[in-house]
Design a protein around this ligand. Structure first.
Ligand code: MRU
Length: 358
């Protein structure tokens, strides 16, 4: 696939099993302490893996869902087209309901459904093969996008710069190079060095568990900080750019990403540090006019109070508000880097031009 090798020796963190009867994922919820692969065969297992963040990161969720729908279509054993299509749609709707914010999930599933609908004149067995090809194309497309985003992103920093990142937008969340981490990995391959500050990213610690792990494995100088330390490292002059990923970018450039991203952007503005969003065009949602239209996932309070702690850190009866994402206003974003290049404000125009003025 484009000559780019997987960052993990074991292969891509989302892939099909050799006999194509299962989707194989690296269970991200166990990292960095355990590297375990799971075989997802039933719709229930697939839903639980996405909802439980065993597979996570907007592009990776999309790739996984596409392979899942292919595996489910293969297993459905319906030769009657109408029944087959209704099964495909039923599974697609179910998988799509696993997480609401990352648009790549519905984007990938609708591409898969479209293959089933556009080929109604063909035998079901052939449609299934075409769906497999579509899922592989979504995966290959993301590999190519990440590589291209990495090139454009690398042009925004120089050797020795400090870069702050929030959450995880590397190979685990995408394919191979990643988005926000891609320029750093590509730079490393070219002999450049960056000093990366990874916010731990409460409450699920994707920055601590995944970003610092990936960057360390790649031989990149990474320092882990708590989310509330971002201002301190910026004030010291240690950060020359912020690179973050995205889960959904609205038509006006407002960007949903992991909770805490907007705080980083506000700090960056205060300290005069450029703040870049790096994401494939599959993360842009033109149906969404602005950030207020983005549905933000609310998650279990136990993630705040109990998960990762030997004992609960707050009383059982204390209520929690646990949104998984926040929206960074377009006005705080210096540039949005996609596989098609760098967009500058005003985003309605610059993002629109990526899609031929749509
Ligand atoms: O809840 P998660 O871990 O799926 O959230 C992931 C993020 O917010 C990432 O920054 C985003 O999906 C970009 S991944 C390239």
């Amino acid at each position: 696939m484009n000559g780019i090798q997987p960052i993990f020796a074991e292969g891509d963190s989302v892939r099909l099993s050799v006999d194509e009867s299962a989707v194989v994922i690296l269970d991200q919820s166990l990292l960095p302490n355990k590297s375990e692969y799971l075989n997802l065969r039933s719709a229930g297992e697939m839903f639980a893996a996405i909802e439980g963040l065993k597979v996570r990161g907007a592009p990776a969720i999309g790739i996984c869902a596409a392979y899942c729908l292919y595996v489910l279509a293969k297993a459905c054993r319906e030769s009657d087209y109408a029944h087959f299509l209704s099964e495909v749609k039923r599974h697609s709707q179910y998988l799509n309901s696993s997480r609401p914010t990352a648009v790549n999930l519905s984007w990938a599933l609708s591409l898969m459904e479209k293959v089933a609908m556009d080929n109604r004149d063909k035998p079901v067995a052939e449609i299934i093969e075409l769906m497999g090809a579509q899922a592989s194309a979504i995966h290959a497309g993301d590999i190519a996008s990440c590589r291209s985003i990495s090139e454009y992103g690398l042009s925004l920093v120089k050797n020795g710069d400090g870069v702050l990142t929030h959450c995880n937008a590397g190979a685990l969340a995408t394919s191979r190079y990643g988005t926000a981490l891609g320029p750093l990995i590509l730079g490393k391959e070219r002999g450049l060095g960056f000093k990366v500050f990874a916010c731990e990213t409460r409450p699920l610690l994707q920055g601590a568990r995944l970003t610092s792990y990936e960057l360390h494995r790649a031989g990149i100088d990474v320092t882990l900080i708590c989310d509330n330390m971002a201002s301190a490292v910026m004030k010291k002059g240690w950060v020359q750019a912020c690179f973050v990923g995205a889960d959904r970018i609205a038509a006006n450039g407002d960007t949903a990403n992991k909770i805490g991203t907007s705080a980083v952007a506000i700090l960056a503005k205060y300290y005069g540090i450029p703040f870049y969003v790096l994401a494939p065009t599959s993360t842009i949602d033109f149906q969404c006019a602005g950030g207020d239209d983005i549905v933000i996932e609310l998650r279990d309070p136990a993630e705040i109070k109990e998960k990762f702690f030997a004992e609960p850190v707050a009383l059982k009866e204390i209520p929690c508000y646990n949104p998984a994402f926040d929206v960074t206003d377009a006005a705080l974003i210096s540039g949005i880097v996609t596989e098609k290049g760098l967009c500058r404000p005003p985003y309605k125009e610059s993002l629109g031009r990526l899609f031929g003025g749509a």
